[in-house]
Write a protein that binds this ligand. Structure first.
Ligand code: SF4
Ligand code: SF4
Length: 338
């Protein structure tokens, strides 16, 4: 396993980290087997979230006897100081640990949310206090909208940034990577396989690792996946000509159907949260989290069916995605009650 420095935290993290979202779909014993296999392969960076149902609990249980070998990152979508302070306590309890290596502001999705978390009485204040108390060692931020994250880089309290980057989701990444390097921010790459859309998983990981990133965190729900992913970071990351050709072909195929969550299509006059619909569809199709995705879909006030076919979103989508057609597919899949 190769290790890289996580920016100014100076932690040495495995180039392939462990995305904790996937262990939601296995039981506790299987999760422990997978996590231990990852540790045995030299993977030392484990990322989870308050929002990933029982992932924190399973991860904590799996790491119980090997806590010192692991760098644990988690995150919360709480935006207020009081809410974040409460979530930090819950994360510590869930994982049965007395410190968390990295606690992140989760999915800071727009400028308004960024302003809120950084403002007095916002979530960042709770993280700073937890750091002073030794409960949290480092603070980071995660999100999908690169322009928002670029603005966040100016905040000196933040030590890491996490965002999606893969061969089909490259927009804005180059500039963000350069800025992060200048600011000495640790860079954590989520969704390296485009939410499971890539069949060329190893090539996609090699592509990402050839950039200035600290660690890449594919979700893993089997020991076999751990072995495949760990091998990529242990070997040569140069893409062979054939791998590059296959990857380019796949990018071409996905390019016409893959939502990059850039949000240019928003707002929809009917209030449809278009990228959220496609995100849930990805969880349904590719992460094998059907029930989880449906429950989140049912909880939404405005569903795909609210689309009135006005076409405004399609005019604004820079990737010319057939949004209306895609939304109707989302509705068919996710609305089913069973
Ligand atoms: S086509 Fe549908 S989803 Fe798109 S903006 Fe119009 S109402 Fe909203
Ligand atoms: S549908 Fe198009 S414009 Fe909307 S978030 Fe996805 S890629 Fe961006």
């Amino acid at each position: 396993m190769k290790y890289r420095v996580l920016g100014k935290t100076e932690l040495k993290v495995s180039a392939i980290g462990f995305g904790g979202i996937a262990i939601q779909r296995v039981d506790s014993n299987q999760a422990a087997e997978i996590v231990n296999a990852a540790l045995d392969k030299g993977i030392n960076f484990f990322d989870t979230a308050r929002g990933y149902t029982d992932s924190e609990v399973k991860l904590g249980k799996a790491l119980k006897t090997r806590r010192s070998e692991a760098i644990i990152a988690t995150k919360s979508m709480n935006r207020t100081k009081a809410g974040m302070a409460k979530d930090i306590r819950i994360s510590l309890d869930n994982m049965g640990t007395d410190y968390i290596d990295l606690y992140q502001l989760h999915n800071v999705k727009d400028y308004q949310t960024l302003k809120q978390v950084l403002a007095p009485d916002g979530a960042l204040e709770a993280l700073i206090e937890a750091k002073e108390a030794g409960l949290v060692r480092h603070i980071g931020i995660t999100g999908h909208i690169k322009d928002v994250l670029k603005e966040a880089l100016a905040n000196k309290q933040l030590e890491t940034v996490q965002f999606p980057f893969n061969p089909v989701e490259t927009e804005g990444a180059k500039e963000l990577l350069e800025l992060a390097e200048k600011a000495r921010m640790g860079v954590i790459i989520m969704k390296p396989l485009a939410g499971g859309a890539f069949s060329q998983a190893e090539s996609s990981l090699k592509f990402i690792l050839s950039h200035q990133v600290s660690t890449v965190i594919p979700g893993m729900d089997s020991v076999e996946q751990v072995n495949i992913n760990a091998a990529v970071a242990s070997g040569d990351i140069t893409l062979a000509a054939r791998e590059k050709t296959l990857l380019d072909e796949e990018v071409g195929r996905l390019g016409n159907t893959f939502c990059r969550r850039c949000e240019y299509c928003q707002p929809c006059p009917e209030g449809v949260n278009i990228p959220a619909m496609f995100l849930l569809e990805g969880y349904y199709d590719r992460y094998n989290l059907q029930q989880w995705a449906r429950e989140r879909y049912w909880a939404m006030d405005v569903k795909a069916e609210a689309c009135q076919d006005c076409g405004e979103c399609e005019e604004r989508c820079p990737y010319d995605l057939p949004i209306r057609e895609m939304l109707s597919r989302v509705g068919e899949k996710l609305d089913k009650q069973q």
